[in-house]
Design a protein around this ligand. Structure first.
Ligand code: KG4
Ligand code: ZN
Length: 338
């Protein structure tokens, strides 16, 4: 089975071709970074127009890279939500048009399910597994029991963790997109222990997250330092923030692991997914935790953590294998919890 995947839910226009033998035949991503940078964040209207302008060309490029033609494609999968609705509409309409013209099955993929199943594209990860889903809009701990079968153990009570990275990077004057820039700054820290930050939720029962207090604490340090921050201040604060986030994540995951083991005594892996899963300090911290708990740890390659269409094609394949498709009158969903 060869599936064309389309992703347009935020500021990356992406197309990919993936087979049910877990081969990524093509995976092209066009970042709209330069379009949004002057505004310090994603502007939905600009994003939707850029998707419309670039998607056709990107699909053509994916086909060229794979050496395949549209006639070789068995199904089309597109992100059906959640996300910025203008962009989602562009992707869904394009996918429907190809499916209708070629008489192919169409699958509307939940973007979060795309992230959630990525580990099964790159590694042999059987169900069930414990998933830490960390992106720009979400921060959740889930038990993945099967395709479409998710049990939520915890979520954020305020900001998503990617949002916290982005806002903190802005506070530090690092620019946009915050996550990768903050990670880069943290790598330059000469004294990562210089600033003491609170660790929201650590030690509390349950598996929920909170990040707004952490962001506020960084702001207070910035104000106390006064004036423009030096390169060292920025780097040390970035490192403090990043290490604290990793510690909070590890604490929450340790609790979730206990719940997971109660639910599934036969065990399973700890999997991390979503844009923030590209963060190397977080990956290293979770690896240490998993080693201690005797759980396998799976983190997809960096480029498959951030938004891409290979994960959408793959989630489409997982659903198609169960005989699940969507009708051509599927309505794009701005909100779509897992
Ligand atoms: O999954 P994703 O690409 O898009 C959403 O579905 O939200 O996640 C984007 C988020 C952004 O907040 C970005 O700053 C964050 O992931 N991110 C990172 C890193 N790379 C991307 N955060 C921390 N460290 C990174 N290396
Ligand atoms: Zn995403």
């Amino acid at each position: 089975m060869i599936v064309l995947g389309i992703e347009t839910s935020c500021d990356e226009t992406a197309a990919a071709i993936v087979t049910d033998a877990r081969e990524i035949r093509a995976d092209v991503v066009l970042s709209q970074l330069d379009d949004h940078t002057p505004y310090g964040g994603v502007v939905p209207e600009i994003a939707a127009r850029a998707h419309l302008e670039h998607l056709d060309g990107l699909i053509r490029r994916a086909l060229e890279e794979s050496g395949l033609g549209l006639g070789d494609i068995d199904a089309v999968a597109a992100t059906g939500g959640p996300g910025l609705i203008g962009g989602v509409i562009v992707g869904v309409m394009t996918a429907k048009a190809i499916a209708a013209a070629r008489g192919l099955p169409f699958v509307a993929v939940n973007h979060l399910e795309g992230h959630a199943l990525t580990a099964r594209l790159t590694d042999d990860v059987p169900f069930p597994y414990l998933l830490l889903l960390v992106s720009g809009g979400h921060c959740q701990l889930l038990v993945v029991e099967g395709v479409g079968r998710y049990r939520r153990l915890g979520t954020t009570i305020d900001d998503a963790v990617g949002e916290a990275f982005d806002k903190t990077a802005k506070l530090l004057g690092l620019g946009y997109p915050g996550g990768p820039l903050l990670e880069k700054a943290a790598a330059q820290a000469t004294n990562p222990g210089r600033f003491d930050l609170p660790r929201p939720m650590v030690g509390r029962p349950g598996c929920d997250f909170s990040f707004s207090g952490l962001k506020t604490a960084v702001r207070r340090h910035v104000e106390e330092l006064g004036g423009p921050l030096s390169v060292e201040d920025r780097a040390d604060l970035a490192a403090a923030f990043q290490n604290t986030v990793a510690e909070v994540m590890a604490d929450r995951c340790a609790r979730a692991m206990r719940q997971f083991k109660d639910l599934h005594p036969q065990g399973g892996a700890l999997v991390v997914a979503g844009g923030v899963a590209a963060n190397k300090a977080l990956r290293a911290r979770l690896q240490r935790l998993a080693d201690r708990e005797g759980m396998p740890f799976v983190a997809p390659p960096l480029r498959l953590c951030t938004d891409n269409a290979a994960m959408i094609a793959w989630a489409g394949i997982e659903r198609l294998r169960l005989g699940q498709t969507d009708p051509l009158d599927f309505a794009p969903r701005p909100r779509w919890p897992l």
